[in-house]
Ligand binder design. Structure first.
Ligand code: 13P
Length: 337
């Protein structure tokens, strides 16, 4: 595997103003979202939902890569195609979530460290055989009273870099996702401070461990006030704070920044991405793209409700969101009715 292959894949993932679709919810997370809508929490229902997504007409117009979960990459469409093959045939690069979840960090109440490094080399080789060309790992940082601790930031950055190095060794582009959560009543300024520290530490570890910056993508949170913050800042203020934070921390060699949505309402996430691209796109060294799960899937899931009769309507809702976000990459997103 050459460095050039990694660079080409990383660039291809964000080419053409497209973004990534995160459809890699663990069974527990997927089941939680199904339960809220009364959808059965079964392997068959999860497969049906992922089939609806992967076969949505027009998805590839706005989506360059899709992130699968372990269960999903082993499942097939009704037509008998493995999901990774169905995506590749549609022109969407298949990827895979390889972390095994955020677990309580010893000695640090309220904080987690993401696990999954043991045996990762062998798992990556298997996923590559199944058609995956990129991978994802999410570290989680909570803001709270005395949080995050330096220990939490350090261990998560270290794990992200170990994962990224293993991915590149296996020829998979690592999506490096250090997520600062929106939960809490903290201000936009506090989120900016924490996100800046987390990204600095993450890139220091990536450098220390020899990760090729040109052959990876960053998947950060936007800089936002906490969900319960008394002041909810404007789209403009969020765009400005987010881009300022990235400019201070993300090396120009990284080809793309693809935001997670983190629980933002779908349209607001699009509006914020749009504003960043309108105001800053021409001056930024990296693409500002999206890698949303909830902000793309939720309206479609609400429409589907687990009913075969609703598949076409749900697929339309899904593709509408992916188109809205592609427009946001160009700074051409229009407020929806
Ligand atoms: P959200 O867009 O719902 O935050 O999910 C993105 C993701 O992949 C989380 O790891």
């Amino acid at each position: 595997m050459t460095a050039q292959t990694l660079i080409d894949t990383a660039r291809a993932l964000v080419a053409g103003d497209k973004g990534l679709l995160a459809m890699d919810e663990s069974n527990a997370t997927c089941n939680k979202r199904f339960a809220a809508l009364g959808i059965p929490q079964t392997e068959a229902a999860r497969r049906d939902w992922r089939e609806l997504i992967v076969t949505a007409p027009g998805l590839a117009d706005s989506i360059g890569g899709a992130i699968l979960f372990d269960e999903t990459i082993r499942q097939k469409t009704d037509a008998g195609l493995p999901f990774a093959k169905a995506l590749a045939d549609a022109g969407i690069i298949p990827g895979i979530k390889v972390d095994t979840g955020a677990k309580p960090l010893a000695g640090h109440p309220g904080e987690t460290v993401t696990e999954g490094l043991d045996g990762l080399r062998e798992r990556l080789a298997e996923y590559a055989m199944m058609g995956a060309r990129f991978a994802k790992w999410r570290g989680v940082i909570a803001i709270g009273d005395g949080l995050p601790t330096r220990a939490c930031i350090r261990v998560n950055a270290h794990a992200l870099a170990r994962y990224a190095a293993l991915c590149q060794e296996a020829g998979l582009v690592p999506i490096v996702e250090p997520e600062v959560l929106m939960d809490g009543d903290h201000s936009l300024a506090r989120c900016a401070e924490v996100t800046e520290e987390v990204l600095h530490r993450t890139f220091a570890e990536l450098r220390a461990q020899g990760v090729l910056l040109e052959g990876m993508l960053l998947k950060p949170n936007m800089v936002l006030p906490g969900l319960k913050a008394p002041v909810q800042d404007s789209v403009d203020a969020v765009a400005e704070a987010t881009v300022a934070c990235l400019l201070r921390t993300v090396p120009a060699a990284v080809p793309g920044v693809a935001f997670l949505s983190g629980g933002q309402p779908a349209r607001l996430a699009s509006a914020r991405l749009n504003e960043m691209n309108i105001r800053f796109r021409s001056r930024l060294p990296w693409a500002l793209a999206f890698s949303f799960s909830r902000a793309v899937q939720q309206p479609a899931l609400d429409a589907w409700k687990g009913e075969a009769a609703n598949v076409a309507v749900a697929q339309k809702a899904l593709v509408q969101r992916t188109r809205a976000n592609r427009a946001a990459r160009r700074g051409e997103y229009k407020e929806e009715a």
